[in-house]
Ligand binder design. Structure first.
Ligand code: 5RP
Length: 235
């Protein structure tokens, strides 16, 4: 082995660093869509973790923020971004920015890897513009399981059996006191599965997000940030 190869980091470390750089690039591009005086919804996860300091360092004025999780609320507040209850903000947001676990070519998303998908869907729906930020590994030709579920405690075993194969996740309950699980079956057509999950009693919310919720998808890759427009794109 020559000395140069002995000093090279393993490929997995290099790949991880490249993905982190892509998350940062997507987050930075999204932060530039935010302007003074906006009401902003903040998502949850490691990509959003890059967004918060980008917003903080811009010293935007007259901002109001709503967070999709206690973790994001804590991180935002510690950076000086004032977080409020969505309902105290009149319930309408100018923009929300969030990550995703998978994005397909039609802008269908899977979200909820961090178990925050219920509040994330409320914030995405309340926002006039919903911007998804992701590294290139999140872009897929077709969505695949798991699809995160937030499930009512009452009758949870029945709910899971109705959606078999599905199982509970080994994680704390949601901030709203519900159980977190995953649907593990085939996805097939996302609109059909989305309707089936929504119609199953005991499912509080699921992690399939339709294109009608999505304004923009910013996917960072090795050559820059690709900007896809969703059905809720501004004119
Ligand atoms: C949390 C989410 C996240 O947005 C999703 O899991 C992506 O997270 P990350 O940016 O860490 O890859 O839906 O519930």
């Amino acid at each position: 082995m020559n000395d140069q190869h002995a000093m090279d980091p393993p490929a997995t470390i290099q790949q991880h660093a490249a993905i982190e750089a892509q998350k940062r690039a997507a987050a930075k591009a999204a932060s530039e869509l935010v302007a003074d005086g906006m009401y902003v919804g903040l998502g949850t996860g490691s990509t959003v973790a890059y967004l918060l300091p980008e917003l903080a360092q811009r010293s935007l004025r007259d901002m109001r923020y709503a967070a999709t999780s206690p973790a994001t609320a804590h991180a935002a507040t510690s950076l000086g971004l004032p977080v409020e209850d969505l309902d105290d903000m009149g319930g309408a947001l100018d923009i929300a920015i969030d990550g995703a676990d998978q994005v397909d070519p039609d802008c269908w998303l899977i979200k909820g890897g961090g178990a925050a998908h219920t509040r994330e869907k409320v914030i995405a729906t309340a926002a006039r513009r919903f911007v998804v930020i992701a590294s290139s590994d999140k872009s897929v030709a077709a969505l695949s399981a798991p699809v995160p579920l937030e499930i009512l405690r009452f009758g949870a075993a029945w709910t899971l059996a109705a959606l078999a194969p599905a199982k509970l996740r080994d994680c704390p309950p949601s901030p709203d006191g519900n159980l977190i699980g995953d649907y593990l079956g085939a996805i097939g057509e996302p609109p059909i599965l989305s309707a089936r999950l929504s119609e199953t009693a005991g499912v509080v919310e699921h992690g399939l997000f339709g294109p009608e919720l999505v304004s923009d998808v910013l996917i960072a890759g090795p050559n820059g940030v690709d900007h896809r427009r969703g059905a809720k794109a501004p004119p």
